[in-house]
Design a protein around this ligand. Sequence first.
Ligand code: FAD
Ligand code: SIN
Length: 536
Amino acid sequence: MQFENSIRQQSTNYIDMRHQVDFLVIGSGIAGLSFALKVAEYGKVCILTKGDASEGSTKYAQGGIAAVMYDTDSFDKHIADTLVAGDGICDREVVEMTIREAPQRIEELVRYGVEFDKSKGGKFDLHREGGHSEFRILHHKDNTGAEIERGLLQAVHDHPNIELKEHQFAIDIITQHHLGQRVTKHTPDIECYGVYALNCITNEIDTYLAKVTLLATGGMGNVYTTTTTPIISTGDGVAMVHRARGVLKDLEFMQFHPTSLYNPAEKPAFLITEAMRGAGAILKDCNGNEFMQKYDSRLSLAPRDIVARAIDNEMKLAGVEHVWLDARGIGKHELINGFPTIYAKCLELGINITKDMIPVRPAAHYQCGGIKVDRNGESSIHNLYAAGECSCTGLHGGNRLASNSLLEAVVYAHNAAEHAISKIRQIDTSAHSRVPDWNAEGMVLNEEMVLITQTKKELQEIMSNYVGIVRSDLRLQRAFDRLNLIFRETEELYQRSVLAEPLAELRNLIACAYLIIKQARARRQNVGLHYSIDLV
Ligand code: FAD
Ligand code: SIN
């Protein structure tokens, strides 16, 4: 079985909307907005985003953004912490470059209007999280991402060269395939001419042509049943590059955050930031006893892969659905003022975190792998860049260090912007006139949403049960076999249905699940977040 999604045949009739820009950006999280602001001086920029502009993982980031800002810390220590968390398979040059660039990118965020908390002396107030040997997390209370998104969106709205279009769902990257040429993963010079995008308001499919396209589509947490990521995180960018035959890497490394709030009916799962453990909160088992000493000398502040596996094991041993996080030792004033969002959220559910322990369990949180890019953020497809969570730069290796992803997004948005600006004048757009518009002939309305919703649930259960925190050869084989059926059914549905966002997202999730399983099966050693009982 190939799991190779078909790409619909196109018509040559140019009746739909065609748009032509210099820079096309897919996604309005930290990566897309940062890139747009940088290239906007050099051409016309269009940002497409599938929901409301602010909706994405960025808005939900709590802990903050890691950077070495003062002499009490050092680049060498941050580099060492990143390499240790990555379990020996990070790209060292990328780690060094990213961490050394961090202070400049933080200064830029501040110039765009983003506010980070400061202490009384006027210096940034720094937090500490798992795997960090120093206090180096810049934050805005416990809602750092919302502040970053607010600041960047404001700057984008104020820029005359940037058009931001909400509710526009990018379906596929346009390449030579759409000009009638056969494109395989061995085709040497695949080129990107833009994207086809579904206008979710008019239900028309528009053609966006661009000299440069940046994918900043975020993660794929919704491959799993329990995830901290928002509903938009359906791996669209990764799936599009898979269909376009581009190179993808490290997708077996799905990071599970150890402490999402146990509240089964809630989607996405609410995060209890690691900064709370940094401030002194302690993990306890169902009987209220500490357990991390059995697993790692760094206790509750060990890197995430270790803590999440420890919790998973404790839950399985005791047959329970959560463990406890005891934050009571932090003190009432610090809890209410330092973690206002978490305090208010828990109180809504009847949990007073100054007096009660918090029920927590791991949840799919961050995809370390993605679209393989070089140090300029360029993918294997010409004129196609990727930044943020959908990309794989080599920074995270087998496991991302907490708060390094917002950092990676701004560093790579910068690098990609510089590179794209330097080459935009030389980009040949002669093929654009031959790009056909989308062909929707012969499609019938899909009236049964249950075919999509039920399949999505099945997919999430397969992935959660067989391809979660702990894997085995048998579980991966089972997942693969079951996914095969779902894949075939969904492809048939896709071929006969009028395209709508839920179906397109389901296909993308299936493609991502396939890629996670395929890359997990190929990894014959336990490393970072990939842990199989058959490889112990
Ligand atoms: P996102 O912010 O997810 O944005 C993706 C964008 O792409 C959205 O605008 C979406 O609408 C758009 N999009 C997706 N598909 C399409 C499509 N087909 N067509 C059009 N538009 C599309 N990291 C840290 O470093 N520090 C933290 O403290 C931290 N806390 C976190 C807390 C939570 C609860 C979560 C879920 C993640 C956290 N992370 C944290 C991870 C970090 O927030 C994300 O990795 C980062 O924000 C991703 O940014 P992004 O720009 O790549 O994607
Ligand atoms: C958190 O606040 O615990 C999340 C930080 C991250 O995912 O980097």
